[in-house]
Design a protein around this ligand. Structure first.
Ligand code: TNX
Length: 534
């Protein structure tokens, strides 16, 4: 009996010890401070209330109307893999109001893409007037959570969101990236990954450069040889390809689920060797040139005087317009050095009308400003000098800002960058960030500008890793220029915030360029007591 008591005593003591020690290691997490969060693009207003909401095993997501269900599911998916929790998604239910993340549409927010996040210890409400705003609120919420939320694996971090209110909306409606899938071809999965990555930073347009001298990348059913022949080459002559219309639709739909509109570009009348090689009859001399695998520009032109050229364009634009939910089709128009100015103007005037006939509006590279612009045509500023864009403004056109000196993410960062071009010089991360749209070119003011786009030309870009290395981190800064008002931005503060995104970029497995001028660091404000003390 005595023995028995003694054993029980030992058992109780040991058990107590175990409980005590485990309590000791499981210290309460530090409440997070909303004012110290490192959100990019920087939100307009942040008010911290000094406590935290925790995502726990009983957290659920509520959405107010059916149109928000896909966003709720998107958020749940993100939270499930990192937390290992079930995170149910349900339509709004007033009885289940504790420990919820609620997505709500409301008239009280006046901007289309704006949102508010209100976080209390008991729950989070993301509000917006349109689903797009809810999606951007979700992207911000994502950045309020520890970086480990981004990994595909379960985390041991406590999933806290700092309490307080964020009110936010973008400065510009067009915040875009361009991917050249012509010089080197990139397939559906790569394009979807790029869409995912730019959507993290609230970009809302992806312009696909679908044709050039080196390759034609979109199936046109009425002109099948464009892809049969023209889709078979790329820079260097490696394995290439094209999108079938089904694949292209898949990309368009996927982009829409991330609130990104695809802007398709058929570059004309120059940059057309792939089309000219596919159909001899599109050439003035009736002879098809060889497929082209080099990187020169300015040597090809559609035949301006042939009626067939306009039948060709009409067919291409008709099929493309049917695949395009967005309002714009890009008709290129750059570097048409093999076309006389008179022919160029004649051609572009006709082509703009064809686009209009098919219910779409035109974007063209800035040389298009030499033509009779339609009232809705947009001029994309890319040249070293602003004179074309200024001419566009004089003619009443809106400007999409992509000055090569700042936004061309195909430029090398410095002389030892492993890939990239340098015709406009080197573009370090600060150079790409440290400017603003309103003052870049005197004569082009905020009212003239629809937004910003970062083109990634792919002469030297062969793999997804290459895309990521050149685009990241510069494109993150471009996204902030499009979103955050100039008065709230400066490089010294931004570089610290960017440096704090290291863990996130790593968790997303982005092969970013670790620029020496950015203070990269693991973000300790994202960690709990336990992990800090380790
Ligand atoms: C200029 S920008 C081009 C492209 C090249 C790019 C390389 C523009 C409208 N045309 O054809 O790929 O430079 O940086």
């Amino acid at each position: 009996m005595k023995n028995h008591l003694f054993l029980s005593y030992i058992f109780i003591v040991c058990f107590g010890c175990i409980i005590l020690t485990s309590c000791e290691t499981k210290k309460p997490a530090i409440p997070r401070d909303l004012a110290k969060q490192q959100v990019i693009p920087k939100p307009i207003s942040v008010t911290a209330t000094g406590s935290s909401f925790e995502i726990e095993s009983n957290t659920l997501i509520q959405y107010q109307t059916e149109e928000l269900q896909p966003i709720a599911t998107y958020l749940a998916k993100l939270l499930r893999s990192a937390s290992g929790f079930e995170i149910p998604v349900i339509i709004e239910d007033s009885e289940k109001s504790l420990n919820t993340i609620s997505l709500k549409l409301t008239d009280s927010i006046s901007t289309n893409e704006g949102y508010e996040i209100e976080t209390k210890e008991s729950g989070i409400i993301v509000k917006a007037s349109m689903p797009a705003g809810i999606f951007y609120g979700v992207q911000t919420l994502r950045q309020l959570l520890p970086a480990s939320i981004e990994a595909a694996t379960k985390t041991t971090d406590t999933l806290l969101v700092a309490t307080g209110t964020i009110k936010d909306n973008p400065s510009y409606g067009y915040r875009g990236a361009m991917l050249d899938v012509s010089r080197h071809f990139f397939g559906v999965e790569d394009v979807k990954r790029y869409i995912d990555l730019i959507s993290v930073y609230k970009m809302n347009r992806l312009h696909l450069h679908l044709s050039d001298d080196q390759g034609w990348r979109i199936e046109i059913k009425s002109w099948p040889k464009l892809t049969e022949i023209g889709g078979s080459s790329e820079v260097g002559g490696g394995e290439s390809g094209f999108f079938t219309q089904e694949q292209y639709k898949d990309i368009v739909n996927y982009a829409q689920s991330r609130f990104i509109t695809i802007i398709p570009e058929i570059d004309m009348p120059g940059h057309t060797n792939a089309a000219l090689a596919s159909y001899p009859e599109l050439n003035c001399n009736g002879k098809a040139p060889e497929l082209y695998h080099g990187t020169k520009v300015g040597f090809s032109s559609l035949c301006i005087d042939k009626e067939l050229t306009y039948k060709f364009i009409d067919d291409v634009i008709r099929e493309l317009a049917a695949l395009t939910p967005g309002e714009y089709i890009h008709i290129g128009g750059d570097e048409s050095h093999a076309t006389t100015m008179k022919d160029y103007i004649h051609f572009m005037n006709k082509t703009q009308k064809i686009v209009e006939k098919h219910g779409k509006k035109v974007i063209g590279w800035d040389e298009i400003a030499h033509t009779d612009l339609l009232p809705t045509s947009v001029v994309q500023y890319w040249s070293r000098k602003g004179e074309n864009a200024l001419k566009g403004v004089e003619k009443g056109a809106k400007i999409l800002m992509s000055p090569a000196k700042k936004t061309y993410v195909d430029m090398k960062y410095d002389s030892i960058s492993r890939i990239g071009l340098n015709w406009v010089g080197y573009t370090e991360v600060d150079k790409a960030y440290n400017w603003d749209l309103e003052t870049y070119e005197s004569g082009i003011s905020k009212d003239d500008i629809i937004g910003i786009e970062a083109p990634l030309w792919t002469e030297t870009v062969e793999t997804m890793d290459d895309i990521e290395y050149l685009a990241f981190p510069r494109i993150i800064g471009i996204a902030e220029i499009g979103w955050t008002p100039t008065a709230l931005r400066n490089w010294e503060e931004y570089k610290v915030r960017l440096g704090n995104h290291k863990d996130r970029l790593d968790a997303l497995k982005i092969d970013f360029y670790p620029s020496k001028i950015v203070p990269w660091k693991s973000d300790t404000t994202q960690k709990t007591n336990e992990t800090i003390n380790e």
